[in-house]
Design a protein. Structure first.
Length: 323
């Protein structure tokens, strides 16, 4: 039933009519509502801290005007922008829109990626920013939102994921058209469509170290079926070569053994009727049935057979490179 509902949702979401990015509906910005404005204002400081890390004040101001008033940038001004941190990328556009309505955001997504006003870099940067935030930073072992130094997307993350990755053929076609050079496509997009590869299982282990009541755990993208299915699309020949190459280093395999150990031994009964427990049971089936390369398959089989000794598999290890 869940699969049928997702399929129906995916079919309906593509029916939206494209809108002119210079004329989007700003009625979702309720600036006459004092409570709405108060709540919106309370979140701006944490958002400003993140979007301002690699942008000039004038570029942060562009994002601020969109966040509070729905004002869009002078697109022509940024067409030839050389910095890798685009002033107004796709993730900023969807994430900071006040609405979480899937149909509306789908329409805006398609309008953005098909618009002549946006560039390939705007779209590619947005994809990369979203993935890095939600699957790398949000899975790091922060104990609470108070110590999490990034804005919390909450359950809007799965809405944005479904929109960005629900139709990979469409996404690749539109990005390729914007790049305009077929020979450059793989080089410019491998960090999106081959994101993490086998390293996803390392991030899943980090998720298992979270308190199940933590908002970061409750809203982790790895709990969703379509995300675990998407993981398999990132395990390509390139990421397999990267994994095999890594194994030539003496200790490369150890984090993977720890991750697979935790996935296999995670107490789903103790976790209770949670999305995390359900997801881990599904991920175990994927590990059993999917045709991974032999080196990885052997690791998983050895862990299941109890032939692997792992040091401190449940110890939280936090380092700057985790984020």
């Amino acid at each position: 039933m869940r699969e049928l509902l997702r399929k129906s949702w995916l079919e309906k979401k593509t029916r939206g009519k494209l809108v002119d990015l210079d004329k989007i509906d700003t009625s979702h910005w309720l600036n006459n509502d004092k409570e709405w404005l108060r709540e919106r204002s309370s979140r701006w400081a944490e958002i400003e801290r993140v979007v301002g890390l690699n942008r000039k004040k004038s570029e942060v101001k562009v994002i601020e005007r969109y966040y509070f008033y729905g004002e869009l940038p002078n697109w022509e001004k940024y067409r030839d922008w050389e910095d890798i941190f685009r002033p107004f990328d796709l993730n900023i556009f969807l994430w900071l829109h006040p609405s979480s309505d899937p149909g509306l955001l789908q329409q805006l997504y398609q309008s953005y990626v098909e618009s002549d006003l946006t560039t390939a870099s705007d779209v590619i940067t947005g994809y990369g920013s979203f993935l890095g935030h939600e699957l790398v930073r949000a899975t790091a072992p922060y104990k609470s939102l108070e110590e999490y130094p990034f804005p919390f997307m909450g359950n809007k993350n799965i809405i944005v994921f479904r929109i960005m990755f629900g139709d990979l053929d469409y996404a690749k076609t539109q990005i390729s058209a914007k790049i305009g050079k077929p020979d450059s496509f793989d080089n410019q997009t491998e960090h999106i469509f081959e994101f993490l590869g086998y390293e996803h299982f390392l991030k899943i282990r980090r998720w298992l170290l979270h308190d199940k009541r933590s908002p970061l755990s409750l809203n982790c993208l790895y709990q969703y079926d379509e995300v675990s299915d998407w993981i398999l699309t990132t395990i390509t020949r390139n990421t397999e070569i990267e994994f095999r190459s890594g194994l030539e280093s003496q200790n490369y395999h150890k984090p993977y053994l720890r991750a697979l150990y935790c996935i296999h031994h995670f107490d789903t009964e103790k976790d209770g009727d949670t999305s995390r427990a359900r997801a881990i049971r599904r991920i175990r089936k994927i590990l059993d049935k999917h045709e991974f390369i032999n080196e990885f398959r052997e690791m998983w089989e050895a862990v299941k057979a109890g032939k692997v000794e792992v040091v401190d598999p449940w110890k939280i290890q936090f380092a700057p490179n985790m984020v």
